[in-house]
Design a protein around this ligand. Structure first.
Ligand SMILES: Cc1ncc(COP(=O)(O)O)c(C=O)c1O
Length: 399
């Protein structure tokens, strides 16, 4: 496998998967693994959900692609559905989260130019992640993602997350700012929730300054945190919302949604995508949304998330190797006291696929469709493996 002709962008684990169902991934050797992070927050309905498979199968036999020079019923239905859920007025459909964010960044720049600001800037946060395209990696608050790709795209101003004063200071000193782009709960950066009142505070600053509030819900959207969008835990309504990951349950699709006058900014020729919003992707996304709604998966995510948080907090109370446990819905971070790269390998030997982000945060993003038994199994295994790791760690020589 190591010799495969792929550019070397990922440090892959030595497992090759063949098929999957629900929370289980099966490798080519017949071993099964519990997927605790759903292909990085993508398969929110579990792997190979029958409703999505059926929608893809049916649409694939009818119409796969016709370009955005024409209308399709699937695209209209999906756009309408996303607007109804979000309170937004218009949607641009893309193929990924980074592309959805590119659309948002372009909207902010158009908005700035409409106000005669020649070099519009967007406030972005420390520890944020917005994607790997040049503009989105420039917006990302992680030097590792940017290093080697300079010159970065200009027009981003950085503030610490959860710091309203810092944003107010920028408002006083930088007349070029036109928007704020922020994750309501930072994912890749280490599962950090917005403090209560933070989004409301940002909304108020945006209203005073006439800036756009743009929420990156690529990871938090589609029911993951216990609401369809994480901002729906608050009374805040953004001007722009982006999503992707869970929207297609594995079929690539992203969306940039905009409200009010912001939804009128793009005109023909401003933006586009050959594949974006093709009927096959839209059929998959419509099946995802129908399932989230008909199976009450937002409520399920909230309930399971609360019980997992409690379970982990009870079991790690007083443990010096766990620094913090946080999250919302089925987006949970267990922060270890030390970087823990070997934990992923240990979990693999125990039949569990674990994700560690920001060096030491175990990020759990399991399927919203988990049964109670699977949830109990996940909780039990995660605790067991962390304890095993911590016991082994004490034996390991210090670097
Ligand atoms: C918050 C957020 N924004 C954007 C992205 C980029 O999405 P994609 O990998 O689909 O381009 C990610 C991916 O992890 C993300 O978590």
């Amino acid at each position: 496998m190591a010799d495969q002709p792929l550019l070397n962008t990922y440090g892959r684990l030595p497992i090759a998967f063949d098929h999957a169902h629900g929370v289980w991934l099966h490798d080519t050797k017949g071993q099964r693994y519990f997927d605790t992070f759903s292909g990085i927050a993508v398969c929110g309905l579990g792997h190979v959900h029958p409703a999505v498979t059926e929608a893809i199968r049916e649409q694939a036999g009818k119409l796969v692609h016709c370009s955005n020079l024409f209308h399709t019923a699937q695209q209209h239905r999906l756009a309408q559905k996303l607007c109804n859920i979000s309170g937004m007025d218009g949607v641009f459909l893309s193929n990924s989260g980074a592309e959805a964010n590119e659309a948002a960044i372009k909207l902010a720049r158009l908005y700035g130019h409409s106000k005669d600001i020649a070099a519009p800037a967007i406030i972005v946060m420390e520890r944020s992640f917005h994607g790997r395209t040049l503009a989105t990696l420039s917006a990302t608050g992680n030097r590792k993602v940017q290093a080697g790709f300079e010159p970065l795209v200009s027009g981003f101003v950085r503030a610490p997350f959860n710091d309203l004063k810092a944003v107010e200071n920028i408002a006083r000193s930088n007349p070029n700012v036109v928007a704020i782009m922020v994750e309501p709960l930072q994912g890749e950066g280490g599962v950090y929730e917005a403090d209560p009142g933070y989004l409301r505070g940002l909304r108020e600053i945006c209203d005073q300054q006439e800036w756009l509030l743009m929420l990156d819900e690529v990871q938090t959207g589609n029911g993951r945190t216990g609401r369809f969008f994480a901002y729906q835990h608050t009374d805040v309504v953004p001007d722009v919302v982006t999503t992707a990951k869970g929207l297609g349950n594995g079929f690539p699709i992203g969306a940039c949604l905009a409200k009010g006058a912001t939804a009128e900014l793009f005109q023909p020729g401003h933006h586009g995508s050959t594949f974006g919003g093709n009927p096959l992707a839209c059929a998959a996304a419509l099946a995802v949304i129908d399932t989230i709604e008909s199976e009450n998966l937002c409520e399920r995510a909230e309930k399971l998330g609360n019980s997992l948080l409690k379970y982990f907090r009870d079991h790690f109370e007083g443990a010096d190797y766990v620094r913090d446990i946080r999250g919302q819905g089925l987006m949970i971070g267990i922060e270890m006291s030390e970087p823990c790269p070997e934990l992923v390998l240990l979990a693999k030997t125990q039949g569990l696929l674990l994700n560690v982000t920001a060096d030491r945060v175990i990020r759990l993003l399991p399927a919203l469709t988990m049964t109670d038994e699977e949830t109990a199994f996940l909780a039990d295994q995660v605790v067991r493996i962390i304890k095993l790791y911590a016991a082994d760690d004490r034996e390991r020589p210090r670097r």
